[in-house]
Design a binder for this molecule. Structure first.
Ligand code: SF4
Length: 274
């Protein structure tokens, strides 16, 4: 029986440190070759810093607490709607969130349990942009709370980033597509003004797009394969943007974990100089 590389009882920070050491020593598949993904994630989940298991259970929506005075209300701006009309979005964070929480602009509103707006502080240095809520997110109202989200948290911790204080997370779509199918173009057109306004208000120092839908939206490279977008630094309205795989894809294909790690190192180097 293979001996696990990550002993039980580690905190998330300790697990992250071990992970860094393994990579620096040339480990190709990180810790996953020493245990199953499920075992690693169970350990990380039980040891996550700053968030208890109760916080991950389906419950009332968690809402980020904007820092007092950090997002001044300055009026309203307009974006384009999917039907070519004008969508008026406010320039204050709470106003934007309130509009999103009551949104019925596309057909996904009929099947959702709740709108999944964001997680993490709006004062965060890094904004992670994913695809759409899954079942766990739809139930909890918080993005990236399933296994993929826990894996993402662990990998971000390896470069010293946490949604407790430095990472804000949002998706291209705020409502769950049925059966976790891909977002449709009309849904992206209807919902993306919320995301783009979030970026405008959060003003992150760097963006990390995980998965092809957010990568294509933020780079403007529609139809380009994700593998061709990763590995270099793009910009979105002047904000450095790194592209990588969706953490759910890493759970299906362990070879991509190393590539994700490389992208995180690129991201960290960007954050360190902006
Ligand atoms: S997915 Fe976006 S546009 Fe569609 S109903 Fe939800 S919040 Fe509104």
């Amino acid at each position: 029986m293979t001996k696990p590389d990550v002993p039980s009882g580690l905190s998330a920070e300790e697990a992250a440190r071990l992970l860094r050491q393994r990579v620096e020593m040339g480990g190709g598949d990180l810790f996953l070759d020493g245990m199953t993904r499920e075992e690693a994630l169970r350990r990380v989940s039980s040891a996550r810093a700053g968030r208890s298991s109760d916080d991950l259970a389906p419950s009332a929506p968690r809402t980020p607490a904007p820092e007092p005075g950090a997002r001044p209300t300055t009026g309203a701006t307009a974006g384009r709607t999917s039907d070519g009309g004008t969508l008026i979005l406010p320039d204050d964070y709470e106003g934007l969130r309130e509009i999103a929480l009551g949104c019925t602009r596309c057909g996904l509103s009929g099947g959702r349990t709740q709108v999944v707006f964001s997680d993490g502080p709006p004062s965060a240095r890094l904004m992670v942009v994913g695809e759409a809520p899954g079942a766990n997110e739809d139930a909890s109202g918080v993005p990236f709370v399933g296994m993929a989200g826990q894996f993402l948290d662990l990998l971000l911790a390896t470069v010293g980033l946490s949604r407790a204080d430095s990472v804000y997370i949002a998706n291209v779509l705020k409502c769950r597509p049925p059966g976790n199918r891909d977002p449709q173009p009309d849904e992206i057109a209807a919902c993306s003004p919320f995301l783009l306004k979030q970026i405008d208000l959060v003003k992150p120092r760097a963006l990390l797009a995980v998965g092809s839908f957010s990568a294509r939206l933020l780079t403007g490279r529609d139809g380009v394969a994700l593998g061709k977008l990763r590995g270099s630094v793009h910009t979105y309205h002047g904000v450095p943007l790194v592209v990588t795989y969706h953490p759910a894809a890493l759970l299906r294909n362990r070879r991509w974990t190393r590539l994700f790690w490389d992208d995180l190192q690129l991201l960290r180097s960007v954050i360190d100089v902006v």
